[in-house]
Design a protein around this ligand. Structure first.
Ligand code: ADP
Ligand code: 5SP
Length: 495
């Protein structure tokens, strides 16, 4: 590392769904400060999920002030770089003057199923070009929905940005994105790592609506003087392109070589495996996306409600997620034959069902069951949904031998052991499990400053490993078959 870099600091931003998280790293990758600010999701109509970009900016502003306090003046003065990770797929529509035209439509918004079908009809090569099937959370169908239902907004749309790229534009004045997040738009030729004119045309757009494409560590611009002054940062801070939150989470825990994998227990649930090529399995809803580093790709299975199912149950019961898990304790492993089931499709599902209208259900309740049985069902149901997602990924050729666990749900050792038993895969809980994507963004910023990839991409220290327990796994495998059988008949009851 050259001398001028050795005392530099970088800031990593993670624009999550439930909040914005920031970290500061030293040039040797040490985590020196953290800060966060919460965010709310608005669900004004069934299937809708929206946030206001102005709220993201206000949360970033609050969190930057907290990070400055946590870091201290001497370190703050040495900030040389930053980068953002963020919730993927969201559509931020801007007019020609750069004004936001409507609330951002988020990754877990299910309104555009009809437009997914229309998109694949309009461009029959969609799955070949994009390596993915059209799913309602992705960006392109959202634009078709806007064209059909808000034509005046569509007509004024001059640019479409992804959530973290809107923040980057506010930070630098540059319209940019990078390969990992762009993969979730359905406008990217994922194998070729370039915009697809055919996919843009099928959505009524062209290349002028798209930001410039970068690789994750590339520098896209400098922090604007106005932002530097507002937060008391030095002039000339370089802003790197960053990554979608999952690719960034992978960089944060060093999951970059083919076969490396992680499981993310955030609002959404993700099983992620790095690959050396864009090998697709779109039929079962496997996401085949570019990774944040040039020449690499990854597979993902995505659950729309993972820890958010626990948060929902926490709201219903009035007990915090941690308290619910404590109440369960060891009971999570004693599978009663009459234990109820839970289908966790509270906001539809992507992998493997690709069904935004799927709903959640408790099944098999009797007078014998109480809160703890239902909490257990929620956690088990989300874990079974992870098993379905991993199965679809294995079909696509991704068979991770171990999984690192990240995201808010990874706070619970009880849940991680259950997941190891259900998936039949050892799970490693890294130190600092909760800062994955922000840490990954900060690492990309370090690479943007010129720190070598090998110096940056270290694997984390493991706080604890969870090894599958064969005796428990056998009972769970039988329950998983019954869980799988429940989706189709219950789906038939929905309008
Ligand atoms: N002790 C705990 N055990 C299990 N899950 C928890 C615990 N504390 C918080 N959570 C879950 O963590 C989730 C937030 O995770 P996070 O990774 O921050 O989400 P996101 O990045 O999507 O905003 C919440 O949905 C909550 O249910
Ligand atoms: O839609 C996806 C990935 O395809 C989600 O993973 C979002 O990127 C949201 O992430 P979190 O807010 O749960 O971290």
């Amino acid at each position: 590392m050259n001398d001028s870099l050795s005392d530099a600091r970088v800031i990593g931003i993670d624009l999550g769904t439930s909040g914005i998280k920031l970290v500061m790293l030293s040039a040797d990758g040490t985590l020196e400060a953290e800060a966060s600010a919460p965010l709310e999701v608005s669900r004004p109509q069934p299937l809708w999920s929206e946030q206001s970009p102005a709220d993201w900016w206000a949360a970033l502003d609050t969190a930057m002030r907290h990070l400055r306090e946590a870091a201290g003046g001497a370190r703050w003065a040495k900030v040389r770089g930053m980068a953002a990770a963020g919730q993927m797929h969201g559509a931020v529509l801007l007019d020609a003057a750069g004004e936001v035209l409507r609330p951002a439509i988020l990754w877990n918004d299910g309104r555009s199923q009809a437009q997914c079908e229309a998109l694949e009809r309009a461009e029959p090569a969609t799955r070949r070009i994009t390596a993915n099937r059209a799913m309602a959370g992705f960006t392109a169908p959202k634009l078709l929905w806007v064209a059909a239902h808000e034509p005046q907004v569509f007509a004024k749309t001059a640019r479409v940005l992804l959530p973290k790229d809107w923040l980057a534009w506010k930070l630098t004045g540059v319209f940019s994105t990078e390969m990992s997040d762009a993969s979730g738009t359905l406008w990217l030729d994922v194998a070729g790592r370039r915009w697809s004119d055919a996919m843009l045309k099928a959505t009524g757009l062209d290349a002028s609506h798209m930001p410039m494409l970068f690789e994750g560590p590339d520098v896209v611009g400098e922090l604007s003087p106005a932002c530097a002054e507002r937060w008391g940062l030095p002039a000339g801070v370089l802003v790197a392109a960053g990554a979608g939150d999952n690719a960034a989470g992978a960089v944060g825990v060093g999951v970059v070589s083919p076969g490396d994998g992680f499981i993310s227990l955030g609002t959404s649930g993700v099983v992620f495996c790095a690959t050396h090529e864009a090998r697709a399995n779109p039929e079962r809803g496997v996401h085949t996306f570019c990774h944040a580093l040039p020449g690499t790709w990854h597979h993902m299975g995505v659950l729309l409600s993972a820890s958010s199912a626990l948060s929902w149950w926490s709201g219903v019961t009035g007990l915090a997620p941690g308290a619910l898990m404590d109440e369960l304790g060891g009971a999570i492993r004693s599978t009663r034959p009459d234990a109820p089931f839970f289908l966790p499709y509270l906001s539809g599902e992507r992998t493997p069902h690709a069904d935004p209208s799927a709903t959640g259900s408790f099944i098999g309740l009797t007078h014998a069951h109480g809160r703890a049985d239902m909490s257990r069902a929620v956690i088990e149901g989300v874990s079974f949904a992870f098993a379905d997602a991993l199965d679809a990924m294995r079909e696509a050729g991704s068979r991770p031998e171990r999984l690192l666990a990240i995201g808010g749900g990874a706070r619970s050792d009880t849940w991680l052991q259950l997941l190891a038993d259900v998936l039949g895969t050892p799970i490693d809980k890294p130190e600092g499990a909760e800062v994955g994507p922000a840490l990954g963004a900060a690492r990309l910023a370090l690479m943007g400053l010129g720190v070598s990839r090998d110096d940056v991409l270290r694997r984390p220290a493991i706080a604890r490993s969870f090894i599958p327990d064969a005796a428990h796994a056998a009972g769970l495998a039988a329950r998983l078959q019954r869980f799988r059988a429940a989706y189709a008949p219950l789906r038939a009851l929905n309008p």
